[in-house]
Design a protein around this ligand. Sequence first.
Ligand code: ADA
Length: 550
Amino acid sequence: MRNCVNLDGAWDFTFTETPFEGSIPAGTKYESTLSVPGCFDVMAPWFGKRGTGFFRRFVQTGGLVQLSVDGLGVEGEVFWDGKSIGSCLYAYMPEKFTFDAGEAGRHELVIAVSNRFNRVFFPFFDFYAFGGIFGNVTLEELPKDHLEWCRITTLDYRTGEIAVKVRASRFFRKEQSLEIRIDGKAVRFVPFTGRELEIRLKVPAFRLWSPEAPNLHRLELRLKNDSLEETFGIRQIEVKGPKLLLNGKELHLMGYNRHESHPEFGAATPPALMAADLHMLKAQGANFIRGSHYPQRESFLKLCDQMGVLVWEETLGWDIKPPELFSRGFLHRQTDQARKLAAAHYNHPCIIIRGFMNETESQLPRVRPIIRSVCRAFREIDPTRPVTYASNKYEKDVCMDLVDIVAMNPYPGWGGINWDEVSGIGHIAPRLAEIKAAVPKNKPYMISEIGAAAIYGDHDPYRARWSEEYQAELVKEVCRIVLNDERYCGLCFWHFSDAKSYINGGRVLGYNDKGLLDRYRRPKLAWEAVREILPATEYAKKSLKKGKRS
Ligand code: ADA
């Protein structure tokens, strides 16, 4: 019923190296054209430059509208007919702006995007701060008494009972009848008066969602003048002592950290590339992506919902140390991100873990209140998904009791080996055993990162570090240990494909080359090694449908 316009496509564009000053400078001329979604700093003439890009297009509309921007970076400000209607403060975070678009007619929409570092995206992060609009831009025309959102929760996977929480706009005054339709059929009519309503119902002829059978259902909420549609899956993720359960069955995660990164597209990777990545992942026999280290695109999550790929989604915040960690506003920015993200992606069945603050200073007792507050912020909106952070403090970590799943990023066999050792493979088993012994026995435990760099095409008969052979040997050893040990609920290699970092940050050619695929997704020996191992292990058989490998 709603008129929804996709605004992707060719936008007018201009770039200036001057920092963004809160408005569109008078006399701004849009002398170029760029695609939205698109990053400007991956192409000539803006390659590698930092400053402000202004994206402009005209839109035919009027009245109350909602504009959605599915992530941009590093930060942005949205202008409608020259006036600001809101900001995108956090890179990659989906944002929605509801506002009065004025008289029906042609209006100017400008999105100013700064790719300069800020208090959220620091230059020391080990991934490139791309400048551009990363996801789709859409506009919906809304009636005043519209539905703002609905959140669907599986209450019991055995009976198909769900809870549907609905929120209406603040203009909503008179009682109306709300029609609830599932998979195209009306299942209930309820009177709706206030702004919020929670209904419990059983989904008729329900089918569970799982990686092996990613069945989805469609919910439609209809009012006199408005309707809202959501896709959802019936599935429950639970933590029971040291086990992680999906629909009551023990779950084992096997997969990769993945950056939204490509030499040609930057962080604005097209859905076709996302789908190709996920097909490679499934064909290998893996079932899991950690969306490192920021919110994921809607198009990516939809693909994961449909293809049955499990996702850990996290807020932006990488290796944050004092003084920034204890500075004013830091905690607010983290909890704000957590709430926004939990709300925005609530209905995606693929998301089974929420994460935050990768490799923070979790060895410091002073960090406990921060970690506790961010966990609380996630749980306030969504108590159904386990919360965690990826730690590199191992035995020294003093915050493991605060999270639902303990996740560690060890790099034995890569870091910390002696200068004259040719191989560090012998370090892996003893070090993993030490870390495992330090993890509380009553919590699920997973390896959220582990790996080694390998330069694509570099071969070495002695299997020296940086060669494809060494990386392959390392991943095989890790699989041998972790996949045969019931203590681990997951193994997540660092990382899926080589991703742009900084040329002067010590990264060879400016890329983090611990990918098992190179930056163009060409497999290294390690990828093939995992591909050979996965379908053969007992561990993988449990979480993967037999014969799925192509
Ligand atoms: C850390 C970090 C990753 C990456 C990795 C590496 O574990 O979480 O983002 O930087 O190190 O390659 O060193």
